[in-house]
Design a binder for this molecule. Sequence first.
Ligand code: AMP
Length: 542
Amino acid sequence: MRGGMMSTPLTITEIMRFATRLYRDTEVISVTADEGVHRSTYGTVFKRANQVAHALGRLGVESSDRVATLAWNDHRHLELYYGVSCSGAVLHTINPRLFSEQLAYIINHADDRVVFFDPMFLPLIEELSDKLSSVSHFVVLTSKNKMPESSLLNLHCYEDLISQDCSPYPWPELEETTASALCYTSGTTGNPKGVLYDHRSTVLHAYGSCMANVLGLSHDDVVMPVVPMFHVNAWGTPYSCPIAGSKIVLPGPKMADGETLQSLIENEGVTIALGVPTVWLALLAYLKETGKSIDTLNRTVVGGSACPISIMEEFEKLHGVYTHHGWGMTEMSPLGAVNRLIPGMEKLEESDRNEVRAKQGRTPFGVDMKIVDSDGKDLPNDGVAFGDLKVRGWWVADGYYGEDDNSGPQDEAGWFSTGDVATIDEYGFLGITDRTKDVIKSGGEWISSIELENLAVAHPHVAEAAVIGISDKKWGERPHLVVVCPEGITPDEASILASFKGKVADWWIPDSLSVVDSIPHTATGKISKAILRKQFASAVFK
Ligand code: AMP
């Protein structure tokens, strides 16, 4: 028997309608790429999303067409999030840090019709334009008086373009499974793959992430996503903040700039900030250097890479900011787990509590996870057994855009293989041990590079650390530690290696160490172990 309740589709348009009714005066603050700090409100952003939708129509964009953005976090990008998706087109957010061949590949693969971009990316677009066969219009995200000179054909100015029709747009009533946004994830091998989100998955993810045990957002919060809007929709905050009524602060191109982050936190009263460990290292270093404070900030949510306990402790002990570890991936919209201690755990001894806090956390309602061995057999949730992590849920991808069905990430039972190796303990806390391809296998046993990196960065002579496997005649592989030191420090290498003693099994301790000026990162800010492995491929240590 069918239930007797309404089945109103879950669409992003409903988020826009809701926030226009209830939170139209709630502020949207951005650091723009062209005009410094800009103040707006949800009411204005959504009004301008109507103008964007009209403009897309004039550019010939039809329902399901892909519309690309190469842009930092600001109000214009937020307007496009709603204007594009709610008109029935698909917002394709692109990481501008990708190599130009990759950019051309994904724009062509997505068959993008229009590209909106921040002014600083004009040279990149000019260089690429010949290779972009599907793109018929380019739009610079700026105002008329800041419009750069260019010989590019079909180039428009955003403010000019959207000012031509300010009437309400007749938003279509979309089915909830309509595609809303597209984000490519780049593996280390093969071409990038597109994850195609839909309205339903996006609304459920945003709804779920607002919950108290997840991000716990409310209209008392001021949220600063220091995660790019081009990488997994800034962890869904452009959708969850208007649902919660939280003021949003968008840091623009100044993502890893400690000074900008500190001044935004203090001036705008930021209460929750989200980002990868690297940006927090920059903020913490700036605070140490200047003695400045971040008094309004209550919490940070750190994910994307493992968050070392040393970052959590520095935040808490020096600045009174609590850090939640989070885990997710592009294919999961991205939230897969957030670390919130369960009742009773706050009474644990500090070292035991830290052991739990270093884990990536528990799944929100809507995501299920398990670990399996190499035969695909379920492993126990005892916090010790580790194996391939599989997930399923309302906001997990069930295929890649434009790939044939057999290449989908799901197994027959509908579980998606994350490519992470993990433990799950009896309380459901996930502990990521490694990426499958980064695990070090020494004498047939696995060593967790993440655990070693977390211990290494606790040493005062280490600013950033990476551990990779180096081939070894006897053991197959042995761990090698690569570190960057804080400025002005001459590292005591023996003391760094000795600092592992007693914290991990002796055979886990790296045999060798290299000090480098910088560690290579991927376009999404993660340590690039693939490049490091190449750099140290022929190295023989000992
Ligand atoms: P991406 O799809 O680019 O966001 O990358 C997702 C991958 O980042 C995951 O599969 C993990 O390997 C890694 N990752 C994300 N969050 C964490 C975390 N908190 N700790 C360790 N690895 C993480």
